[in-house]
Ligand binder design. Structure first.
Ligand SMILES: NC(=O)C1=CN([C@@H]2O[C@H](COP(=O)(O)OP(=O)(O)OC[C@H]3O[C@@H](n4cnc5c(N)ncnc54)[C@H](O)[C@@H]3O)[C@@H](O)[C@H]2O)[C@@H](O)CC1
Ligand SMILES: Nc1ncnc2c1ncn2[C@@H]1O[C@H](COP(=O)(O)OP(=O)(O)OP(=O)(O)O)[C@@H](O)[C@H]1O
Ligand SMILES: [Mg+2]
Length: 377
């Protein structure tokens, strides 16, 4: 028999009896569906475990995920663009763009170099691929200004349609290409389009902080190395092993209130005023590409948090004070980590990024949770 478990249905079921609710809450917690929040007060980090279901990452995901509504048209669940993909890297932009679709966005575009475009198209017919970026080796010195204007023009034709853009997965570090992408970022900012910056986009931004400074719609998703470079550049010190939440909040404030998702054993998220930790058990496999899934996921959830700030009216509103970029980051992190753990249960050491993408479907995750609830003694 086929049946559909919706987030709302699960929540209603949870509220139906308080003992059942407590038992279900316990099972959710033991499944690792947990997120705790660290409040910043006068520079002092006060860590508090949260005590109700509305305060956890699943509650946030449910709150911002729009209903599947037959009256909606194509595009209303989100149009995402990934700016990335060059001769060396074609996997990273594919992972980011296809993850956005798997999570529920309606359309996913990739803007990449000509070399990368045919390869990325061959991975999936679902993606709309624009071969518009140019690297130095392909452009004469006297052509640079006109090529740069042409690249910007090609992207700007589409820009207004996007609900979020991701800059950086597999972008490479060619100086000419990065200067064109800097122009694209400036235009996205002008158009008030949320922008997730990852991978080589962070390399660009670390050397050109003005591109993001004070942009409350920017989300930086650094890994260990990228975070180290940012801290050294902005805070002029080494990364601290202690006081990690103070340091992250201070970094976010120093860049004018951007949201930073610091990836690692646990993910820490801050916009400078609160620090949130997602510690859902993920996977011990560290195959490349998981950060790319994360950037595509965060893009969709941030777009939803902005477009549908309270998609699920029944969900707890305790997070309503959080910045939509923070809500999107928490959701993306929680879902990726849960999907990675499900993929690892199945594939163990042979788990690859594409296996994790297959586990992104939220209904599948909720089904798994429901299954555990129904078998709980
Ligand atoms: N299949 C693909 O096309 C992939 C392309 N990628 C792209 O590759 C480009 C470079 O990204 P990278 O992440 O490699 O660049 P980084 O500069 O972040 O990493 C470079 C080196 O750091 C090492 N490293 C990683 N995590 C570390 C840790 N926790 N402690 C110490 N050393 C660590 C890695 O082994 C790697 O050799 C980006 O454009 C990125 O998007 C990656 O996303 C991976 C997948
Ligand atoms: N030691 C770890 N244990 C568990 N999960 C981790 C660990 N390190 C990273 N992760 C998770 O993996 C995700 C990707 O982080 P990672 O540091 O691999 O990014 P990345 O280096 O940018 O990846 P990519 O290879 O896509 O560029 C993050 O959401 C993080 O939660
Ligand atoms: Mg990365």
């Amino acid at each position: 028999m086929n049946f559909i478990i919706s987030p709302i249905c699960l929540e209603n079921c949870m509220l139906s009896s308080s003992s059942v609710y407590r038992r279900q809450l316990f099972v959710l917690r033991s499944l690792g569906v947990y997120c705790c929040r660290i409040h910043m007060e006068g520079g002092l980090a006060m860590r508090t475990g949260l005590s109700n279901l509305g305060d956890d990452a699943v509650g946030i995901i449910r709150k911002i995920t729009p209903k599947l509504d037959p009256s909606h048209h194509k595009g209303q669940a989100g149009k995402i663009a990934v700016i990335g993909g060059c001769r060396e890297y074609t996997g990273a932009p594919y992972f980011a763009a296809v993850s956005a679709l798997k999570i529920g966005a309606d359309l996913s575009h990739v803007f990449c170099t000509k070399d990368a475009a045919a390869v990325i198209k061959s991975y999936s017919p679902e993606l709309i691929v624009h071969p518009v970026l140019e690297e130095s080796y392909n452009v004469r010195d006297d052509e640079r200004a006109s090529v740069s204007a042409k690249v910007l023009g090609e992207v700007m034709k589409w820009m207004e349609r996007f609900d979020c853009i991701v800059i950086g997965p597999g972008l490479g570090r060619d100086p000419f290409l990065l200067s064109c992408v800097g122009n694209i970022m400036a235009q996205a900012r002008e158009a008030k389009i949320p922008t997730v910056i990852d991978g080589d986009g962070l390399f660009l931004v670390t050397d050109n902080l003005d591109l993001v400074k004070g942009n409350s719609l920017a989300i930086l998703t650094p890994n260990v190395n990228e975070y180290k470079r940012l801290v050294e550049k902005v805070l002029h010190c080494e990364v601290h092993d202690q006081d990690t939440s103070d340091e992250l909040a201070s970094l976010a404030r120093s860049i004018g209130g951007v949201t930073i998702l610091r990836k690692g054993k646990t993910d820490l998220i801050s916009d400078g005023s609160s620090v949130n930790e997602v510690s859902i058990f993920g996977s011990p496999r560290r195959c490349g590409g998981q950060g790319d899934i994360l950037s595509g996921s965060v893009a969709v959830f941030s777009a939803w948090a902005r477009l549908y700030p309270s998609a699920n009216k029944d969900a707890s509103s305790t997070q309503s004070s959080l910045n939509p970029m923070v809500l999107g980051s928490i959701s993306g992190s929680a879902l990726l980590r849960k999907a990675a753990s499900l993929a690892f249960e199945k594939k163990r050491r042979s788990t690859l990024t594409e296996d994790i993408i297959e586990c992104l479907g939220m209904r599948y995750l909720i089904f798994i949770i429901q299954f555990y609830l129904s078998t709980c003694p």
